[in-house]
Design a protein around this ligand. Structure first.
Ligand SMILES: NC(=O)c1ccc[n+]([C@@H]2O[C@H](COP(=O)([O-])OP(=O)(O)OC[C@H]3O[C@@H](n4cnc5c(N)ncnc54)[C@H](OP(=O)(O)O)[C@@H]3O)[C@@H](O)[C@H]2O)c1
Length: 304
């Protein structure tokens, strides 16, 4: 049994942490929940009300699940670590630090063992993209990936989701900017997809050209993906490989059917017209589940 803390327990990802811990019957001995305390003072976990407090006193826990953004992570993760916790952080604060494992349990579970008190959960679009690409990489070896993302508004947090729901922003628009833009014209989100892919797959030579786009849907990220391999792939075999891949479904689904599912869905697998050794496909997954909470709880399971 483990003592667990959730920092950001009232946020979109934080709430999913609680549901995923319940559903997977994670062995929780005691749970400590933190947020700013402004939005909600109590939340339900396993049918009981639990207080949500500002993190003024840091408890001794085994695992601290963080989903409160980069600034909070930088400030509080070291304090939880000092008190003996292993922190699993959803923000981008530590993802590219050399002594912080960046883990997708279906791809690089062994990296968890290298932690020094902090493990990073990767970017949501990167997790969703790599879950089906990694088994194909093992078969044909990926050289380059070109992707355009269609990212839901829940990926930007509760305040933004509420703006969409109130009709104030996002409606009738698609926005080809997520995160700050750098001098070369690429954005922070697009860089995450490149550098995190290399780190998770242990393949520093892979190139990822991403265009990350916010679309006016509440939940589920979708991606158009074209991959160039070293060897000649074929769509039928790719489909067979993916049908057996953990966490992947080769099925066409509506977004509302993908919401709250842990699997990543892949369909429209076909030959690329541009790359001789290429495949193109459509990929979709719930950004709050496999893109965030489920992946982090799977990491926590590897620790227990
Ligand atoms: N949304 C996604 O699909 C997704 C996917 C992968 C990773 N992430 C990452 O996960 C993190 C959280 O995302 P989210 O979508 O859940 O955001 P969110 O809905 O805005 O929730 C943020 C949470 O952090 C809490 N918080 C903010 N400042 C705090 C402070 N100073 N001390 C303690 N708690 C504080 C908030 O508390 P209040 O409710 O009291 O304000 C809330 O519980 C971000 O780093 C995000 O990049 C998100």
């Amino acid at each position: 049994m483990a003592r667990i803390a959730v920092v950001g327990a009232t946020g979109l990802v934080g709430e999913k942490f609680l549901r995923v811990l319940e559903e997977r019957n994670f062995p929780v001995d005691e749970i400590f929940l933190f947020s700013t305390g402004k939005r909600k003072r109590e939340v339900y976990f396993k049918g009981e009300k639990h207080p949500v407090l500002p993190p003024l006193e840091i408890p001794e826990v085994d695992i601290a699940l963080f989903s409160a953004g980069e600034t909070v992570a930088r400030e509080l993760a070291p304090l939880f670590r000092e008190k003996g916790a292993v922190v699993v952080d959803n923000s981008s604060a530590f993802r590219l630090e050399p002594d912080v494992p960046l883990v997708v349990p279906e791809i690089n579970p062994e990296d968890v063992k290298l932690h020094k008190g902090i493990i990073a959960n990767p970017n949501c679009s990167t997790i969703i993209m790599l879950l089906p690409l990694y088994p194909l990489h093992l078969r044909w070896k990926i050289k380059r990936i070109i992707t355009s993302t269609y990212q839901s508004v829940s990926g930007a947090g509760r305040d933004e989701l509420e703006k969409l729901e109130r009709g104030e922003e996002y409606r009738d628009e698609i926005i080809p900017w997520i995160g700050e833009e750098f001098e070369d014209g690429y954005t922070k989100e697009e860089n995450k997809m490149l550098y995190e892919t290399r780190k998770i797959m242990h393949e520093p030579g892979i190139m990822v050209e991403a265009t990350c786009v916010r679309v006016p849907v509440p939940y589920v990220h979708s991606l158009s993906v074209t991959v160039e391999f070293e060897k000649r792939p074929n769509p039928e075999e790719a489909s067979e490989i993916l049908k057996k891949a953990p966490g992947v479904r080769v099925e066409e689904r509506k977004l509302r059917e993908i919401k709250d599912r842990d699997e990543v869905f892949v369909w429209r697998i076909r030959y690329s017209r541009v790359f001789e050794n290429g495949l193109s496909m459509w990929v979709a997954g719930d950004n709050l589940r496999k893109g965030a909470a489920t992946n982090a709880v799977q990491i926590a399971e590897l620790l227990t």
